[in-house]
Ligand binder design. Structure first.
Ligand code: KG4
Ligand code: ZN
Length: 390
């Protein structure tokens, strides 16, 4: 089953074509990072407008790239007359690619409203025009399925196995670490989740972003902190930061919280703020930034790891998956590999860690397989609107 999937919940406009929830024919993403870097974070109104500009070109690229990868794209009439004048762009005939697509999927939420509207309206329109089922999915469930994707058009992570249901993998213990979510989830089957623990305040990604801002680094904070911790800065002679230089608090690890699986990162954030003020006063901040970045990164990774280990001891899962943007962090990956046996721990390919449409296509496949009739009905359902006809 081939699904065209759309993701537009926050600051990436992404369209993918995915087969059987695994094989990624294409995943075309327009990232707004450069825009939001200027304001140090996502301004929802600005993000929504960027999606409006990007959605059609990204869709067109996905059909072109996906069609090429599927080996079926025919190049059509060159230099068509487009609205507003002549275009030198080749005009592709997508009809055969579209005929191979069985359904349209979209990340329905959670997300920024204006951003969600762009992707959801585009998906509904395509489902209507192409007369194909519409599969709305939860964005975070998409992240949970990112480790199921293979990209064997380029390089293989898992062998593509058509029609695989992967039931031998359950139960899977999943740590979600994105900008908005930080949870420990036990997945007992497709679509069956048990929440074991979550953050009581900030998510790990949010903490990375806020601390990066305090340190005068760019947006998004995660990659910036990783880079500065790894390579240092001019002021410290480009030496890697020392992860043990500053002893920072690890919340929810002692006393009555020692045995629960919840997280809290607001204390760590406050500790960094206090440290930054002190270093600033002493005129040492600039030189100390790589050490602060490395100490913060190490502390947060160590906390995530210890809670994950505790959850694994309690649930004895067959596999452990890490999902969400922070799963791209190299220190976290190294620490996980040192703790868990090889083959037990799986994280997505780096390009599928942050927001992307391929993961939406993956979860949509398993959702559809569990209940095809539900989604067939969705395509024809008309909401109860008070319409006027002339
Ligand atoms: O999953 P995601 O792309 O979007 C949400 O659904 O939130 O996650 C974005 C988060 C950001 O907070 C970003 O700073 C963080 O993932 N992130 C990282 C890295 N790459 C992205 N955090 C740590 N290390 C990274 N290499
Ligand atoms: Zn996300």
């Amino acid at each position: 089953m081939i699904i065209l999937a759309i993701e537009s919940t926050c600051d990436e406009t992404s369209v993918a074509i995915v087969e059987d929830g695994q094989r990624v024919y294409c995943n075309v993403t327009y990232s707004q990072i450069a825009t939001h870097n200027k304001t140090g974070g996502v301004v929802p109104e600005v993000a929504a407008r960027r999606h409006v500009e990007a959605i059609v070109p990204v869709l067109e690229e996905a059909l072109r790239h996906g069609g090429e990868r599927m080996g079926i794209l025919k190049e059509g009439v060159v230099s068509c007359e487009k609205a507003g004048g002549k275009s030198d762009m080749p005009d592709y005939d997508f009809s055969e690619v579209i005929s191979k697509i069985d359904a349209v999927a979209v990340a329905q939420g959670p997300g920024l409203l204006g951003c969600l509207m762009v992707g959801n309206n585009a998906a509904s329109a395509l489902s209507l025009i192409w007369n194909k089922p519409l599969i709305p999915v939860h964005h975070i469930e998409g992240h949970l399925y990112a480790s199921w994707l293979t990209d064997n058009c380029v390089h293989e992570i898992l062998p593509y196995d058509p029609g695989r249901d992967g039931r031998e993998k359950f139960p899977i213990l999943i740590l979600t670490v994105s900008g908005g979510h930080n949870q420990l989830i036990l997945m007992n089957d497709h679509g069956k989740y048990k929440l074991l623990g979550e953050t009581l305040d900030d998510a790990a990604g949010e903490a990375f972003d806020k601390v990066a801002r305090m340190l005068g680094l760019g947006y998004p904070g995660g990659p910036e902190i990783q880079k500065t911790a790894m390579n240092g800065n001019k002021a410290n002679g480009f030496r890697p930061g020392d992860p043990f230089k500053y002893k920072l608090p690890r919340a929810m690890m002692q006393n009555e919280h020692a045995n629960d699986l919840n997280f809290s990162f607001s204390g760590l954030k406050t500790a960094i703020r206090t440290l930054v003020l002190k270093l600033k006063k002493e005129g040492e901040l600039h030189r100390a930034v790589p050490d602060v970045a490395a100490s913060f990164e190490y502390t947060i990774c160590d906390t995530l790891l210890k809670k994950l280990k505790k959850a694994a001891d309690l649930t004895n899962p067959r596999e452990i998956h890490i999902a969400g943007g922070v799963s791209a962090n190299l220190r976290l990956r190294k620490m996980l590999e040192e703790t868990f046996p090889q083959g037990k721990i799986l994280y997505p390919s780096l390009k599928f860690c942050t927001d992307n449409a391929a993961m939406i296509g993956a979860v949509a496949y398993f959702r559809y397989m569990a209940n095809p009739r539900k989604y067939e009905k969705l395509r024809n359902s008309v909401p109860d609107l008070d319409l006027k006809f002339y």
